[in-house]
Ligand binder design. Structure first.
Ligand code: KPL
Length: 307
């Protein structure tokens, strides 16, 4: 299978690296991190795991025109705020057979993608995999978790043979993937995870596992979830508060060593995805007349952090 990764940062490179190891023809594309792409071209991609490292040699480029066609899977891994630019540039890679697959954080990228991807093959997914970009050419697999994929748009909820095959192909390459008939609901469950983990780890400069170990941070984590839950309920999430906390804490444990994507952004002085995560919670809560002081405060604090 030929796979193009648009926006090969931490998670995109990990996804591409794992699929390269699984025998697929992977093209990593990232025009804004030339150092990372050049390091992969020169020395390959090193993936650190808890049980030893492995090295793979995916194709890597900063020029879209170098990626050969046809592309079977085009993974969109850019930051949520970069989706419009990325999909506009990458449109020439899409044929009638191409799956466009987004595992991006936040709520919103799927709406932008749906305006461009018109072949009925837009897949939105959520993942609990943890990835940290250690330095150019080196990614740490900071925790494993399942990925859920569903069709977004008019055919939402449907599973056909080709989608079932895709999930099986990704799983057999060690990227455990399940079809979900309820992708919108799953996006909001993932939003709970990111709303609780990302800003706290970014502001306190701690790995995900510390949100369990540190009692004060853990209490704030619970507060964020408590506030966000009524918003997620309007999108079909039916978890009780206890279930929601247990789910988020499960991700903290599963990715205990991982640095959240927001912490990695803040450390690099980059713009974060806070407006697409806690910002969405605060905005939607307003429409419900619900109070979300923690989510609003965290949004403002993270937006104030210099980048
Ligand atoms: O999605 C993530 C992120 O860092 O953005 C989690 C799952 C929380 C892993 O760190």
């Amino acid at each position: 299978m030929r796979i193009a990764i648009i926006g090969a940062g931490a998670l995109g490179s990990l996804f591409g690296g794992v699929l390269t190891r699984g025998g697929h023809d992977v093209w990593l594309y990232n025009p804004s991190n030339k150092k990372h792409i050049h390091a992969i071209q020169k020395n390959g991609l090193r993936i650190q795991t808890g049980d030893g490292d492995f090295e793979v040699k995916p194709n890597a480029t900063t020029r879209l025109a170098e990626i050969p066609l046809p592309i079977e899977v085009m993974g969109i891994f850019v930051k949520a705020y970069d989706t419009e630019r990325a999909i506009s540039d990458a449109l020439p890679l899409i044929s009638t057979e191409t799956w466009t697959l987004s595992l991006q954080n936040g709520i919103g990228p799927e709406v932008v993608l749906a305006q461009h991807v018109l072949n009925g093959r837009l897949l939105r997914g959520v993942t609990a995999q943890g990835a940290t970009l250690i330095e150019a050419g080196i990614v740490r697999w900071g925790g494993r978790g399942p990925t859920q994929l569903g069709l977004f748009g008019t055919k939402s909820g449907q599973l056909d043979d080709s989608l079932e095959n895709l999930c099986a192909t990704l799983s057999s390459a060690d990227w455990k993937t399940h079809f979900t008939p309820e992708i919108e609901k799953d996006l909001w469950v993932k939003l709970l995870v990111n709303a609780a983990i990302n800003p706290l780890t970014a502001l306190f400069n701690v790995p995900n596992g510390q949100l369990i170990a540190d009692k004060e941070l853990n209490a704030i984590l619970h507060g964020i979830i408590r506030e966000a839950l009524p918003v997620t309920r309007t999108h079909g999430v039916q978890l009780s508060l206890e279930e929601a906390i247990s789910h988020v804490e499960g991700v903290c444990r599963g990715t205990a060593q991982n640095l959240s994507s927001m912490l990695q952004d803040v450390r690099r002085g980059k713009r974060t995805e806070i407006e697409y995560i806690n910002g969405v919670v605060a905005r939607e809560a307003k429409a419900l007349d619900a109070q979300t002081p923690l989510n609003s405060l965290l949004t403002r604090l993270v937006m104030r952090s210099p980048y």
